[in-house]
Design a protein around this ligand. Structure first.
Ligand code: CP
Ligand code: NVA
Length: 304
């Protein structure tokens, strides 16, 4: 199993076939692990993780994933690195390439990742930037496939902020031929270039009406109204109450629709407890699947 891309900075780097292979392999690795049949596919390999921002899921799932694959991971806060004292990204990339087999970085500015990737001889994975969160979407589509047994032809509704996770979700829908309806307030739409790319592969609708977006959806997704990189303290107010996913809104989706959220969630803000803690929510499977889908990604990238 081999990907054409050296890095995973956005899902736009994958072909439909590669995306589908990654999802299926993630499901296979999960089954093997549950049966106690996990193999040391990355024995003695190492992952170096750099975090400019906090993380629970990304950090733990990557570290444990490497451990389960027979390798190891180290975690660096960017504050502890010479980067924080002005060492260049180029020199950091060249140095790390001499020690480790793969870099995963969570950064503010997506350009920093591109710079890191350009100067590394090893794969670089985006663990979230201001623009994209591809690893989240691999786990999300794995979860959708497990729950719905297919991807093509399903309708996904995104309600709330057209943020980094939404941008990556557009690629996910395009790569799996799912339709996507995105409801955001004016001024909070996803990246227009990504929307254009998405529209060239599948049906992507932009609206400011959450009811319209959710109607007949198979999957309903939201995320925080205030991402780590957002600084305006009044931002959340611009979404409420219209864009909150509550039970009334969920009723407009298909009866068997699932609810997804990458977490961390703010109950009472972008979603009510009745939805995120209710029977349609699959958020814990989604969080678990970060582990399995990133293991698949690491095997595909490092073993390439
Ligand atoms: N969903 C997600 O990326 O969670 P963390 O911020 O906890 O890593
Ligand atoms: N959109 C959120 C996702 C966190 C996992 C953020 O960037 O903070």
């Amino acid at each position: 199993m081999k990907l054409k891309t050296k890095n995973l900075l956005t899902l736009g780097e994958l072909s439909q076939k590669e995306f589908s292979q990654l999802i299926d392999y993630s499901i296979k690795l999960k089954k093997e692990l549950k049966k106690g049949q996990n193999k040391p596919l990355l024995k003695n390999k190492t992952l170096t993780m750099i975090f400019q921002k906090p993380s629970t899921r990304t950090r733990v799932s990557f570290e444990i994933g490497m451990f389960q694959l027979g390798g190891g991971a180290i975690n660096l806060s960017s504050n502890d690195m010479q980067l924080s004292r002005g060492e260049s990204v180029e020199d950091t990339a060249k140095t790390l390439s001499r020690y480790t087999d793969c870099i995963m970085a969570r950064v503010y500015d997506h350009k920093l990742l591109e710079n890191l990737a350009e100067h590394s001889s090893i794969p670089v994975i985006n663990g979230l930037s201001d623009a994209f969160h591809p690893c989240q979407i691999l786990a999300d589509f794995m979860t959708i496939k497990e729950k719905k047994k297919r991807l093509k032809g399903l309708k996904l509704a995104w309600v709330g902020d057209g943020n980094n996770v939404c941008n990556s979700m557009i690629y996910g829908c395009a790569l799996s031929q799912m339709t996507m309806s995105i409801a955001t307030p004016k001024g909070f739409e996803p990246n227009s270039k990504v929307v254009k790319e998405g529209k060239s592969a599948t049906q992507i609708e932009l609206t400011s009406d959450p009811q319209k977006a959710i109607k007949n959806a198979d999957i309903v997704v939201t995320d925080t109204f205030s991402s780590i990189h957002n600084t305006d303290p009044k931002r959340t107010k611009k979404f409420l109450p219209k864009y909150q996913v509550n039970s009334k809104l969920m009723k407009l989706a298909k009866k068997d629709a699932i609810f997804m959220h990458c977490l961390p969630a703010k109950r009472g803000s972008e979603v009510t407890s009745s939805v995120i803690d209710g029977p349609q929510s699959v958020v814990w499977d989604e969080a678990e699947n970060r582990l399995h889908s990133q293991k698949a990604l690491l095997v595909f990238l490092i073993n390439a």
